[in-house]
Design a protein around this ligand. Structure first.
Ligand code: ATP
Ligand code: MG
Ligand code: MG
Length: 554
C-alpha cells in the first residue's frame, strides 16, 4: 500500500521498521479501564490498534487497566469483551494490570533500594502545595531523604495493612524542579482498603496509572503503546519508569499520542455516561440513545458501519468534534445494502377500497431488497381495508403534494393504483377513514398497460386485517446542544433533550411475525428499524436505527 495512505501512527511504525525494528516484534494493545462501557470514542482506539495488528500481522492484547478498585467491576470487563468481539476483532491475549501487582511491587522495592523511591508521610494537601507551579520549582518533601532501610520497612508496612489510608504514599524520587510537573516526585502507590474485582483483598496498596501503564506494556512486550493526547506530558515519566527496569535485550515500548475524539450532540466520557445511567436519564448503558457500543448495537447499528466510520474519520493530532450525522451516514449506507424491505405504517389511517369485494384477499409478490439479488421475494396480503400513513393523505393539496388527495391517484407499493373518492371525519374534524376505488387492472408486475401507467406518488401500506401491531421506539438526539459538555457556565445535563424517546404503536406486515431480536429492516419510506431485545412473539418491539434521507425514486 502506498505510504501516503498511512496515518501518522502508521508512519511512526514504518519508520521504526525502516530503522531495523523487527516486524515480528511488533505488538499492540487496547487498554480500557473497566470502569464503564465502551463508547464510540473507544471505537477509534480499537480500530486503530486492531487495525495495526491486521496490517502488520501483529498480535494485539486486550489489556484491562484495573488499578482503581473503587470504580472497576467485573460487569464492565464482560461488557468490554463482548463489545470488542462484536466489533469484529480478536485479541491475542487477555491481560489485566492487576496480574502484575506482584511484579510492580517487586520493582518498587528495587527502586527503593537504588534510592529512586521513598515513602512520604505527609498529607496529600501538603504534597500538593510542595509541588509548586509550572514556573516555580517544587519543595522537596522532608521525608525525601529517608534511609533505604526505613523506606523498605514503611513500604512493607503499607502493604501489610499497618497504616490508615492517606497515612503514607510511595513516591518516585525524580526531580522536584522539573519543568514537567508530573516529574516532581510522582506518587507510585497509595493505600486503599477496597476489595478489587480480581485480587479481592490481597492488596491494600494500589499502583498509580503512570507507574503501571508503561511497565505493563513492557511486561507484555508491547512495541507501540498508543494513547490519547492528554498523556503527552506523561511520556517523559513513562520513559523514566521504563529506564528503571528495562533489559536491553527486550523490546522497549514506545508511547505515542493521538487526539481524543468528541462527537456532536453527545458526551463520550464514562464518568458522564455513568451519570446518565445512575440518574435515570436513560434506561441503562445499552439504551439506544447512548453513544456506547452496546447502545449502538441495540439501536441497530452494524459493526461494519462503526468500523467504516472510524476508518473514515481516521485519527487526528488535534482534538476536534466529529458530526454524528457521519456515523448515521455509514449505518444508512450499510443497511441499504443488507436490510430487507418491509412495510410498516407508523401513524395509521384507514383506507377502504369500496370496489374491492368484501371478505376477499390476495397475496402480492414483493421484492425483499432491490440492492441484493439473492434476497428473493415475499408474499404480502392485500384486502379491502388497508392502513396508510396519516401524513400521506390530504383532502385538498397543491400540485406538489404527490401523495393521496381527494380525486387524486397513487400507487400502493407492490399493489394497485387507487383513487381517493371521499373521507370520513370524527366529531372533532379529524379524518378517520378514506374511501377509495382501486383499478383492478393496475396490479404491479402484471404487465398490463394499466400496470405500467405512471402516477406521481407511491405509498407504503399494510392490510388492516393481516397487519401486526407493534411498539415502535423513535429516537432523537439525547442532547439539544451540539457540544453539551463544552460550556463553562452549564452542566451537560442542562442540555438533555426531553423528547429523545417517543413510543408509538404501528402496524407492520405479517411477514415480520417471525423476525428475531436484532434483525434489521428497512420500513419503506420510514427508515431503518431493528427488533429490540424487549420484543416478545406476542408483542413486537422495534427501534428506529436511523431515518431515510430520501424517499423512493421510483
Ligand atoms: P473515559 O473518559 O471515557 O473514561 P478513558 O481514556 O479514561 O476515557 P479508557 O478506558 O482508559 O478510557 O480508554 C481506553 C483507550 O481508549 C485509551 O487508550 C484511550 O485513550 C482511548 N479512548 C478513550 N476515549 C477516546 C476517545 N473519545 N477518542 C479516542 N480514543 C479514546
Ligand atoms: Mg478514565
Ligand atoms: Mg484511561
Amino acid at each position: 500500500e502506498a505510504l501516503k495512505s498511512l496515518n501518522f501512527i502508521e508512519h511512526i511504525v514504518e519508520e521504526d521498521l525502516g530503522n531495523g525494528f523487527p516486524k515480528e516484534k511488533l505488538r499492540f494493545r487496547f487498554p480500557p479501564e473497566p470502569n464503564g462501557y465502551l463508547h464510540i470514542g473507544h471505537a477509534s482506539s480499537i480500530c486503530l490498534n486492531f487495525g495495526l495488528g491486521l496490517r502488520y500481522g501483529a498480535p494485539v492484547n486486550l489489556r484491562f487497566d484495573d488499578t482503581n478498585p473503587a470504580k472497576e467491576e467485573q460487569e464492565y470487563v464482560d461488557a468490554i469483551k463482548e463489545d470488542v468481539k462484536w466489533l469484529g476483532y480478536e485479541w491475542d491475549t487477555e491481560c489485566f494490570a492487576s496480574d502484575y501487582f506482584q511484579q510492580l511491587y517487586d520493582w518498587a522495592i528495587e527502586l527503593i533500594k537504588t534510592g529512586k523511591a521513598y515513602v512520604d508521610s505527609q498529607t496529600s494537601e501538603e504534597i500538593a502545595v510542595q509541588k509548586g507551579t509550572p514556573t516555580e520549582p517544587g519543595t522537596p518533601s522532608p521525608f525525601r531523604n529517608r534511609s533505604v532501610e526505613e523506606n523498605l520497612q514503611l513500604f512493607q508496612g503499607m502493604k501489610e495493612g499497618r497504616f490508615k489510608e492517606g497515612e503514607h504514599v510511595l513516591r518516585a524520587k525524580v526531580d522536584m524542579s522539573s519543568s514537567n510537573m508530573l516529574m516532581r516526585d510522582p506518587i507510585m502507590y497509595r493505600i486503599l482498603y477496597r476489595a478489587h474485582h480480581r485480587t479481592n483483598t490481597d492488596w491494600c496498596i494500589y499502583p498509580m496509572y503512570d507507574w503501571t501503564h508503561g511497565e505493563s506494556d513492557y511486561i507484555e512486550q508491547v512495541s507501540h503503546s498508543l494513547c490519547t493526547l492528554e498523556f503527552a506530558m506523561h511520556r517523559e515519566l513513562y520513559d523514566w519508569f521504563l529506564d528503571q527496569v528495562v533489559d536491553k535485550n527486550l523490546v522497549r515500548p514506545k508511547q505515542r499520542e493521538f487526539a481524543r475524539r468528541n462527537f456532536s450532540h453527545t458526551v463520550v466520557s464514562k464518568r458522564k455516561l455513568l451519570q446518565l445511567v445512575e440518574q435515570g436519564f436513560v434506561k441503562g448503558w445499552d439504551d439506544p440513545r447512548m453513544p456506547t457500543i452496546s447502545g449502538l448495537r441495540r439501536r441497530g447499528y452494524t459493526p461494519e458501519s462503526i468500523r467504516n466510520f472510524a476508518d473514515t474519520i481516521g485519527i487526528a493530532k488535534r482534538d476536534n468534534v466529529v458530526d454524528v450525522s457521519l456515523l448515521e451516514f455509514h449505518v444508512r449506507e450499510h443497511l441499504n445494502k443488507i436490510a430487507p424491505r418491509v412495510m410498516g405504517v407508523l401513524n395509521p389511517l384507514k383506507v377502504v377500497l369500496t370496489n374491492y369485494p368484501e371478505g376477499e384477499e390476495e397475496w402480492l409478490e414483493a421484492e425483499n431488497n432491490p440492492e441484493d439479488d439473492s434476497a428473493g421475494f415475499r408474499q404480502l396480503p392485500f384486502s379491502r381495508e388497508l392502513y396508510i400513513e396519516k401524513e400521506d393523505f390530504m383532502e385538498e393539496a397543491n400540485r406538489k403534494f404527490f401523495r393521496l388527495k381527494l380525486g387524486g391517484e397513487v400507487r400502493l407499493k407492490n399493489g394497485y393504483i387507487i383513487k381517493a373518492e371521499s373521507c370520513t371525519k370524527d366529531t372533532d374534524g379529524n379524518i378517520i377513514e378514506v374511501q377509495c376505488t382501486y383499478d383492478p387492472k393496475s396490479k404491479s408486475g402484471s404487465g398490463t398497460e394499466e400496470s405500467l401507467r405512471k402516477v406521481k406518488g407511491t405509498l407504503h401500506w399494510v392490510s388492516a386485517k393481516h397487519a401486526l401491531s407493534a411498539e415502535v421506539r423513535l429516537y432523537d438526539r439525547l442532547f439539544t446542544d451540539e457540544t453539551p459538555d463544552a460550556h463553562k457556565d452549564k452542566n451537560f445535563l442542562d442540555f438533555i433533550n426531553p423528547d429523545s424517546l417517543q413510543i408509538i404503536t404501528a402496524f407492520v406486515e405479517p411477514s415480520l411475525a417471525n423476525a428475531e431480536i436484532g434483525d434489521r429492516f428497512q420500513f419503506q419510506r420510514m427508515g431503518y428499524f431493528n427488533i429490540d431485545p424487549d420484543s416478545k412473539p406476542e408483542k413486537l418491539v422495534f427501534n428506529r436505527t436511523v431515518g431515510l434521507r430520501d424517499t423512493w425514486a421510483k
